[in-house]
Design a protein. Structure first.
Length: 432
């Protein structure tokens, strides 16, 4: 019995070395789901074996051409692979993610690619690497007309050859997803890093950006998503709101969310007098915050404080500012405000004007002063204060021709305490 134990330990030790060397020195792949192993690069002969999801494989060879999978109407290569246990044969390329060349690794991931890391739950000795599925959607007889089908993954493999993976990028006929932010950072307070990712996805022929922030952690059972927040703020007609995205702040075991909500006044929750409103031209505005805390028992982030909604606060950019009874330069004055006055922004109003033969949008705000006076002012005459989006909104409303179709920024709208790359504000119009 003792001899058997020694032999078993020797085998495990050599297996650990082999899997580490494979990732660092050879071309490898991981199975994304259960896949079958075939004796050649066709489906004509019966499968000789199979692999379960998350197995590490060495890629020995591949076909030059891509072959059709009629059930999915897609084309992929076949790969000749060898497992750590010595099984060898061919697998079809739709079920495995193959390590991509270092020159093609996303810049945000290059410093992590093939890096040795320490996580937990069986992944104390791990290697992180980047892999992908690459093929085509098979819509045309001529391959050069077929759009590419791509999926890219962050893979973490342990010393036993087990792999966990996260999809961070894709490209196909339906749309694409790209990585905006990546960081390894301890957010749960256990001394072990979590995986923080921010992605952007776009549907085909739709410019609206769906942005998502996620946190993954090596908890019981594997690499689990422990937090997810959709960040995009839709406005209308497939455009973003002037605030663009929610602001997310990660500080140790706390995640705080803040954003400006542009909503129909009939759905407003502030319980204040909005006066008459035009559904097509006006949106009520509310500042929204809520907070999540890490729950060690459930191994998830849970809401700590209920959603809070308050009016936005702004100040005059002029010494004397006229408040009018209508969103127009010919509106009647109902009062004035000066630089020291603070006002609540109640509604965003869009007025269409013709300038040099071209129609453009001229935004107004319906405001309420502490004195009780309420009315309309041109949006470029005030400045937002005391909120995360102040710089962004001030630039948008004070620019000469705000246009939501081109209003975008490269900023993350994310602040991870301790990471100097994080940011949330953005003031340059039309960067992307």
């Amino acid at each position: 019995m003792r001899i058997l134990i020694i032999i078993t330990l020797f085998f495990i030790t050599n297996l650990s070395i082999a899997s580490t060397d494979l990732v660092l020195n050879a071309r490898v792949a991981t199975t994304l789901s259960g896949v079958n192993l075939y004796p050649d690069s066709t489906y004509e002969k019966q499968s000789v074996s199979s692999f379960k999801a998350g197995e590490l494989l060495e890629v020995i060879d591949e076909t030059t051409l891509e072959y059709e999978d009629a059930s999915q109407n897609q084309k992929f290569k076949w790969y000749k692979v060898k497992s750590l246990k010595g099984k060898e044969g061919w697998v079809y390329g739709d079920g495995i993610a193959v390590m991509i060349p270092e020159a093609r690794v996303d810049e945000k991931l290059k410093s992590f690619h093939k890096k040795k890391l320490n996580f937990k739950n069986g992944f104390e000795k791990s290697i992180l690497w980047v892999a992908g599925i690459e093929g085509r959607d098979n819509f045309h007889q001529k391959d050069f007309l077929n759009p590419p089908y791509k999926e890219y993954y962050i893979v973490v493999s342990n010393e036993k050859g087990n792999c966990m993976f996260i999809n961070f990028s894709s490209e196909n006929a339906r749309g694409d997803m790209k990585l905006r932010y990546f960081l390894l950072h301890d957010t749960t307070g256990d001394g072990v890093d979590e995986v923080l990712i921010q992605t952007s996805s776009f549907a085909a022929d739709n410019p609206f950006e769906n942005r998502t922030f996620e946190i993954f952690s090596f908890q019981t059972g594997g690499l689990n998503r422990i937090f997810e927040e959709r960040m995009s703020l839709p406005f209308k007609n497939n455009t973003h709101s002037p605030a663009l995205f929610k602001y997310v702040e990660v500080d140790h075991e706390i995640v705080r969310i803040a954003y400006i909500d542009y909503l129909s006044c009939k759905n407003s929750k502030l319980g204040i007098d909005y006066g008459d409103f035009n559904k097509k031209k006006e949106h009520c505005m509310e500042y929204v915050t809520y907070t999540y805390g890490w729950n060690e028992r459930t191994k998830q982030y849970r809401m700590l404080y209920k959603e809070s909604r308050t009016p936005l606060v702004a100040g005059s950019r002029r010494d004397i500012l006229t408040i009018k009874d209508a969103p127009s330069i010919i509106g009647k004055s109902v009062g004035t405000a000066n630089r020291s006055d603070r006002m609540e922004i109640i509604k965003h109003h869009e007025r269409k004007v013709i300038e040099n033969g071209v129609q453009r949008t001229e935004p107004y705000f319906f405001v309420k002063l502490r004195s009780g006076i309420s009315g309309y002012i041109k949006a470029d005459e005030i400045g937002f204060i005391d909120i995360e989006h102040s710089e962004l909104l001030n630039y948008f409303y004070q620019s000469a021709k705000p246009d939501l179709k081109t209003w975008m920024t490269k900023k993350y709208f994310l602040n991870v305490v301790g990471d100097n790359r994080s940011s949330y504000s953005g003031i340059k119009q039309g960067q992307e």
